[in-house]
Write a protein that binds this ligand. Sequence first.
Ligand code: PLP
Length: 422
Amino acid sequence: MTEVLANNSATDTKPENAASDLQTAWIARGKNVLMNTYASFPIVLANGKGSYVEDVNGKKYLDFVAGIAVNSLGHCNDEYVKAVSEQLAKLVHCSNLYLNTPNIELAEKLVEGSAFDRVFFCNSGAEAIEGSIKLSRKYAKEAKGENCTKILSMTNSFHGRTYGALSATGQTKYQNGFQPLVPEMETVHFNDFESLATVDFDTVAAIIIEPIQGEGGVHPADLTFLKRIRELCTEENIVLIFDEIQCGVGRTGKFFAHENLGLAPDIVALAKGLGGGFPIGAFLATEKIASAFKNGDHGTTFGGNPLACTAALTCVNKIKQSSFLETVHKRGQLLHTLLKDLQSKHVAIKDVRGAGLMVGIELDQPVKSVIGACLDNGLLLVGAGEKVIRMLPPLTVSDDEIKSAVNILSSAVAASCRIEQV
Ligand SMILES: *Cc1c(COP(=O)(O)O)cnc(C)c1O
């Protein structure tokens, strides 16, 4: 870094240029050594506080991505920093050969008042899906027979990048180049119960659904569709898995997204917002399903370590409070109302949808230029597919921050979209 600074001061006298060269230099260094898997935005982030992050040049951004629905308490929340720092100095890791107290407390807190009895902790969303698939197959083989192995997933879904999760993902763009995939995984049409008409349910171990599809473009599942799937799974003894990795942990204004629906799955997978930025995933299951796992059936070295569980416990303790969830709900309503208002002013905005603080804004054109203009004006947004902008602010976002974000978006839409309505 000192070398870069020295080079800059040699070629540039203006401080802003020197600073912008610093970021450019970091980007070049990253391109040199990192695998070419991300089309990253051209900024390098250095720190954050609340709903704001700052790049290495000191430019501030209002963060309506929150690390893709991860920084649920915002950046560097005081309580979070204190709790994690204290645990860091106490015990970071001990493996699952031994129990640890944050792990047990977190599991208790997660199952309390829920439809689930037991928890398995892992380190990411994909791992939570892998574990959910393994548990479902183990259960189904024992309950329904050796041939009962099929996992049904939905078109347009996203479940992660590891082989099991990738194979269950209903979008070929993520799978191309990686075949052969895990066998006995089939896709049926999202929100279309009739597409299940030809399925032999005797061979189906599990059905996996995101209550609100995230990466696929912020598409909520129809309640009638979910109700019929729930009935089918109960009748046919099929494990119903909800992937709430993105929409769970308070994002919709309820702790679990399915609490908005009046029905519950047999397994729920969580990750993203659970650790507030610290990597942790989990899947929760009813006693009936969880009992299929016996000693040695599944495991992880890092999963459920005291540091990760302390981070998650700090988030969950806060988020599970009804006053906190009520505020998320209200902020979500404000965001939705302001965006609907924006839609009435810009014909380029085709739809505003989602729940709570998980919102998709569908345009009649690719969203890239709008997201780019917002970035320039100090607002971080992310796409979900080609034509959908996603807003996933920290759950602690304020009314004023929501208003600022919508104002910046409004200007960007006005500047970047082809047709303007007067
Ligand atoms: C992000 C995501 C995953 C994968 O999580 P990772 O932590 O990236 O492995 C799975 N399902 C959904 C719905 C997601 O949004």
